[in-house]
Structure formats: C-alpha cells, structure tokens
Design a protein around this ligand. Sequence first.
Ligand code: IPD
Length: 300
Amino acid sequence: MTSTPGQPELPRLPDGVTVEELEGLCVRFATEAARFIRDERPDRMGVAATKSSETDVVTVMDQRSEELLHRLIQQARPDDGILGEEGADVSGTSGLTWVVDPIDGTVNYLYEVPAYAVSVAVVVGDARSQGGWAPVAGAVADPSLRLVHHAGRGTGAWTSPEEPADGPAPARLAVSAEDRLARTLLATGFGYDPQVRARQAEVLLRVLPRVRDIRRIGSAALDLVRVAQGSVDAYAETGLNAWDLAAGWLVVEEAGGVVLGVGEGARSAPGKALTVAAGPALAPQVRALFMAPVAAPVGD
Ligand code: IPD
C-alpha cells in the first residue's frame, strides 16, 4: 500500500489484474453462495456449532457456503489467500486475500428473518492484522431481495439484480446528506459475548437520546450497504471482524461515505475497536459519540 501524510492508504494491485476483473469475481462468487443458502436451505435448520458464546451460532449452511466460496476462489485465483469466518485460512502468494463471510446475519438466517447476506471482498495487505489491509473490490449479496451490492476501488458503488437478464439496470448508490446527529437514523449491532453486550448497552444509553432513532438489522454487511444506499444515515458497532466489514467498507466509500475506526487520519481503519460509517460530515460526530466516556449526560 502507498500513503501520503493525512490521506488514506491507497491499495496497489499486483501486476496483471484489474479492479474490474476482481469486482466481477466478487459479484459472481457472492451471488452463487447467496443462491445456494436460499435455494438449498434444509427444511429443518439446526445449529451445527457455537463459537464465542451459546448465542454465537454456526449452521451447516454457514459451513457449506464457505466451502463453496473456497472452491470458487481457488478455481479462479489459485495463488490468492483466503480468510473466512468459518475457518478458511490460506496464505497465498499473489498479495491478494479474499475475505469472506458465508452468511452474515446467521441468527436471522436461522430464524428466517430476511436480513442476511453473503459478503465477499478481495483485499491487499495483511488481512489478519488490524489496520494492515484495505479492500479493492467487494460484493454483498442479499438472497432475500435477490440483489447484489458491489464496488471496486474507483468504480463506484452499485446495486444489481441477482439475475442481470431479468432485472432492472444496476443502480448507483450514494450516502445520505444528513449532517446532524439529532436527525440521524443510526444502525448498530451487538456482539455475542455477554460482557461486550453489557458495555454496548451502556454506550447505547448515551447514544439513543441524541439521535433520531436506532435500527438493529442483524447483519453488519447489510448495515453498511444501508449506509451506502442512504436508507440509514450512519452505522456504528464495536467488535466487528474483517469478514463482517471488508466488502461493505468499500461499498460505503465508493458511495461517497467514510468508514472510520478509533485511530486518527490515515490510521483510522475500522475494526474490532470501532467501525463507524456515514457521510463525511456525520461520521466524525458519530465516532465522537461512540468514543466519549460512558455515562456522559445528555446535552454535553
Ligand atoms: C454478526 C452480524 C451482526 C453483528 C455481529 C456480527 P454473523 O455476524 O453481522 O449484525 O452485530 O457483530 O458478528 O455472526 O451473523 O456472521
């Protein structure tokens, strides 16, 4: 990656590959996995395993969707790395890594709440280190709406139908122009660890009186897409992993928004400590609200 003081890091692609080509692959892989989890959903869905807590579930379809993505990526780009929520961890030699969430919004999927997605991004840098990577192309496929939201670095953010031949032309995404916290519709989410949730609830006590309202949609990837569409004004959450945010991060930026973490300037990469997405005027205000010490009284 290259950087100029005060500017975000600019990812550089390995020779012989274009952003457009990678974006096309992200769309194809995310769409295939989205069709798979929708069309092959077993009649009796169960929990295959739990991870960080009893509520952090994995279904057999998370595992099978990740296997499918792994296979598609290795067929098309055998030298690239892969990092997946359900354990895929391939180093690669090309300098590119695919960061995939085979079902983002697993609890919604389990309960048949139609707000889950497949998130596929290709990144440069070290996808396993906080702040050490940046997305160059990404796609978030929404199987319930049969849509795929996608972006490449410098190509804009778009929503396309799952079946391009049958649907409307791709629509370009743009973040909302809202610049006042008090009028902000804010999406957020909660982790699975009870202690993390307790802290998130404390932060919410401070946040809720200061914004228009909050939404808890249940899929970080779709929350980020909503920011890019302008169907919420902002999104903030702590505890996200690279696979939750990699594709949505780029979709927001290509829709004219900014995505921040806790650091300053070029070091403000989103991640576990904090992920904030909004239009350029609103994002720093949302970040300040989430970073203020807990228990600040309303009116500060
Ligand atoms: C979760 C969802 C949820 C967010 C959690 C994520 P998963 O991902 O994105 O909205 O609040 O922080 O872990 O477990 O469904 O892939």
